[in-house]
Design a protein around this ligand. Sequence first.
Ligand SMILES: *[C@@H]1O[C@H](CO)[C@@H](O)[C@H](O)[C@H]1NC(C)=O
Ligand SMILES: *[C@@H]1O[C@H](CO)[C@@H](O)[C@H](O)[C@H]1NC(C)=O
Ligand SMILES: *[C@@H]1O[C@H](CO)[C@@H](O)[C@H](O)[C@H]1NC(C)=O
Length: 391
Amino acid sequence: MLRIIASTLGLLCLVQAQVAPQTIRLESRVAPRGTSLKRRALNPVTVPLADFFLGTDLQWFGNMTVGTPPQTIPVVFDTGSDTLEFASTLCPECVNQVQFDPTKSSTFQDGGTTSTITFATGGGVDPVVGDNYQLTLRSAIDTVSVGGLTAPGVSLFLVTNQTSPFDIDPYSGIQGLSPSGISARAQGFFASLVNQGLPSLFSMYITPKAVGNAELTIGGIDTTKFTGTPIFASILPTSQLNTAWQLKSPALSVNGKTNSILTRSRSIIFDSGTSNVLFSTDTTEAIYALISPDIKPNPNEPGTYGIACDRISSLPAVIGISFTSQHGTPFNLTIPSSELSVGPFANDPSTCQTLINAFDGLELVGGSLLKHWFSIWDVEGQRMGFAPARL
Ligand SMILES: *[C@@H]1O[C@H](CO)[C@@H](O)[C@H](O)[C@H]1NC(C)=O
Ligand SMILES: *[C@@H]1O[C@H](CO)[C@@H](O)[C@H](O)[C@H]1NC(C)=O
Ligand SMILES: *[C@@H]1O[C@H](CO)[C@@H](O)[C@H](O)[C@H]1NC(C)=O
């Protein structure tokens, strides 16, 4: 799920215009006098993820524990946002979710401030309309653990109200994993583990439902889940204004073909918390034109497109996204034709929705790409790595 921060769209454009070759300076860390050099490094852990499947794969979520004694809270591990928030007993609307009860945690500290968080992409395949994906939050601090790694004093938010699209979620909250949310100066769970000696990266194996066994490895890479050698690309510079995992892409292709709209340079956000692909309207329509002229917008749900369900499975629709590795080698990440259909429209069951939603100002790939590529999210190295997922 992509969090909207102030006017995210304008800020993304600003950042795009400033892209310049980056040299990442590596500095050895010199421990100040008096600090213990015997700090033990934390070992990586792998946690299983469940698939929220509703006709198509939507979200992958796993358990964390919060509080003392620990309460188990299922959360989406979301590279498109930067904070931790989850349903609580302070939220009468959150009846379908596991609710954290702050009165039962001896380490819970109320932070005393309330706020809202609004998302530009939601938990499903429908475009977000206005602020219909919004959570009302109360700040707090408590102990958080994932897979046995424990971080005390983590800054987090209790959900005290939610808009109705969240009601069907089988998970309680969202653990943001954007680069800024896990940077050393952040107060979050991941930053705390990095400060305790965990390597500053994570990797994801999020799979189609038929494959299962999805997982998140915090602090490392599960080399049994991909083939070949990962290829790495430097992420676009992040700042306080721009918190996304983004790579520059010189070209898109469809079944090996391209055109002048698709060869426009763009920066593409990788969001593990969004299932569909989002491109600007002209790019979306240029891609669909190369797949079938019969893929049409659905006027009942602006931003969505579809075609007769009985035709969709036979359409070749390999979408290729080109990138350049940190060593200057071009490489493509592809989305196979099997991802074209995300299932029938509720209001028109003979028409199946196609995977790209038009959204001007945002170019984003999510689960439909990440299902096929083992992904490495390297905060320390400011880069992302990919290798074909072993499915
Ligand atoms: C989360 O924990 C619950 C038990 O508290 C368990 O039933 C469920 O399978 C776990 N989910 C995942 C994804 O591990
Ligand atoms: C929760 O939000 C809904 C709108 O989604 C609103 O109608 C309701 O009054 C809110 N409840 C509280 C307790 O603020
Ligand atoms: C990437 O895809 C394009 C379009 O299919 C193709 O022309 C190009 O050769 C591919 N590049 C690599 C490195 O495979």
